[in-house]
Design a protein around this ligand. Structure first.
Ligand SMILES: [Zn+2]
Length: 461
């Protein structure tokens, strides 16, 4: 299996630490709003990676987090920031932070199911790992990587010699830029908060005691703490959106490797952006689409899943409603074709097509080419019952719920016409039998004769 590793910036042969088992982590949602279709692209990618590994016979120990505290605007490089998104949303909706978090977690899980994404072993919630986060800061402090300012405990990035390996932003080259640092107490512009003190002026809804004072953990810290406590010091695969690479993931590496003295992640996988109408998706442009908007426009969430598969994950995906319609048409066509096949559990699965399909998945999760193999199979000359069993096997990866579309009803009037035709044929009235055959064809069905003199009706595609 070949995986493009964002750290080495090249395709690498995949070799898990433990033979046959893959430890995998994906940065999950911040649960203060509905995820948009760009977020779902990443979560779908984590499912594609998960299913591709399973398809290749690996066991996968998969963990995804939910950020339910302390996600500051400032930490995403917004110098205006410092506001906690969850607490801000709570004020806006007139609810408590807990109510906001509980509500959006429920919504997230619903969308997750609708897109048929594989559940991780555990969805870890940051607030359930505050003790682990405090322990991690204490370790880093003991090893001399931290310093305190008036608003929190910071990580000194100048003490981690390989800082910038993933992001390309080093302590030196960022200093050369004209960037205005929002926090003059920071020793280096790349330094980041491990622990933030609660403001003295107002009480936060989510805050904890720590050896450094009452406050809450920095956002980057939670992922390190959850990975280390759930999966171990070194994991195989870490996934996230491209926007997390520069700061969040670089900081995860710094904290984790300084604390453990070991390599944190062997393969970094980043999903490219999703654009809308060839531009940026934003609330102000009114093109900030969520899954419920997709469903309200009459689409099946799996149409979106299919659309995600039509683009390679490292290529920006341009979302348009036309593109989604075209994905819908393709998927419906597959459902129709699959529905027209008769199932025989004993029919052979085509090794040739499964091999070809697997090779595409092994090639850095090349989903568009894997879909092309699906279409090649459907158009091939192999027997239909074999095609059906083969595509059902592929659906272990595709996750398009093909099983639900097997077998469809032929309308009664078509069956009646076919019976009439059979009578004509039995009586040797070939011309009238042929007229009915054409009539049935005009109604969208194909009637075929079996060697025993019976008939078979199929939908025409
Ligand atoms: Zn993360």
């Amino acid at each position: 299996m070949k995986i493009y590793n964002s750290l080495s910036k090249q395709l690498e042969d995949f070799k898990p630490i433990e033979s046959g088992l893959v430890k995998m982590y994906c940065c999950g949602p911040t649960v203060y709003m509905h995820p948009h279709i760009g977020n779902w692209r990443l979560f779908s990618l984590s499912d594609f990676v998960y299913r591709a590994l399973r398809f290749n016979g690996y066991k996968v120990d998969f963990v995804m987090n939910m950020t339910d505290v302390g996600h500051l605007f400032e930490e995403q490089g917004n110098p205006e920031g410092g506001e906690d998104k969850i607490e801000k949303q709570a004020v806006e909706e007139g609810k408590s932070a807990k109510e906001i978090v509980d509500f959006y977690i429920k919504e997230f899980l619903k969308g997750y199911k609708d897109l048929n994404l594989s559940e991780p072993r555990k969805f870890t919630r940051a607030t359930e790992y505050v003790d682990d986060q405090i322990d991690l800061i204490a370790t880093l402090e003991e090893k001399g990587y931290t310093y305190e300012t008036s608003d929190g405990v910071y990580f000194d990035t100048s003490k981690f010699s390989s800082y910038g390996e993933l992001s390309g932003l080093t302590v030196e080259n960022i200093k050369e830029g004209a960037r205005i640092d929002p926090n003059p107490e920071k020793k280096n512009p790349t330094d980041f908060a491990l622990w933030k003190f609660s403001p003295t002026s107002k009480k936060r809804q989510q805050e904890w005691q720590s050896p450094w004072g009452i406050g809450f953990p920095g956002w980057h810290l939670e992922c390190s703490a959850m990975v280390l406590s759930e999966l171990g010091d070194t994991i195989d695969i870490h996934l996230g959106g491209e926007d997390l690479k520069m700061i969040h993931h670089q900081n995860e590496i710094a904290q984790s490797e300084c604390a453990t003295g070991k390599k944190f992640v062997n393969y970094w996988i980043h999903s490219a952006f999703l654009m809308v109408d060839a531009g940026k998706m934003s609330k102000s442009l009114g093109n900030f689409y969520t899954l419920s908007e997709v469903v309200n426009k009459g689409f099946n969430p799996l149409d979106l899943r299919y659309l995600y598969m039509t683009a390679h994950y490292r290529t920006p995906l341009n979302f348009t409603w036309e593109a989604l319609s075209s994905a819908q048409n393709s998927l419906n066509k597959i459902y129709e074709i699959v529905g027209s096949y008769e199932q025989d559990p004993k029919a052979e699965i085509s090794d040739k097509y499964i091999k070809k399909f697997r090779e595409k998945l092994e090639d850095d999760f090349n989903t568009p080419e894997a879909l092309a193999v699906v279409w090649e199979l459907l158009k091939s000359a192999i027997p239909e019952d074999s095609k059906l069993n083969t595509i059902l096997k592929m659906d272990e990866f595709l996750g398009l719920k093909l099983q639900e579309h097997i077998g469809y009803e032929i309308p009664n009037n078509i069956i009646d016409l076919a019976k009439m035709r059979r009578e004509y044929r039995r009586n040797g009235i070939w011309d009238k039998a042929d007229v009915i055959r054409k009539q049935i064809l005009g109604m969208g069905y194909i009637v075929e004769d079996t060697p025993s003199g019976e008939f078979k009706v199929k939908k025409k595609f």
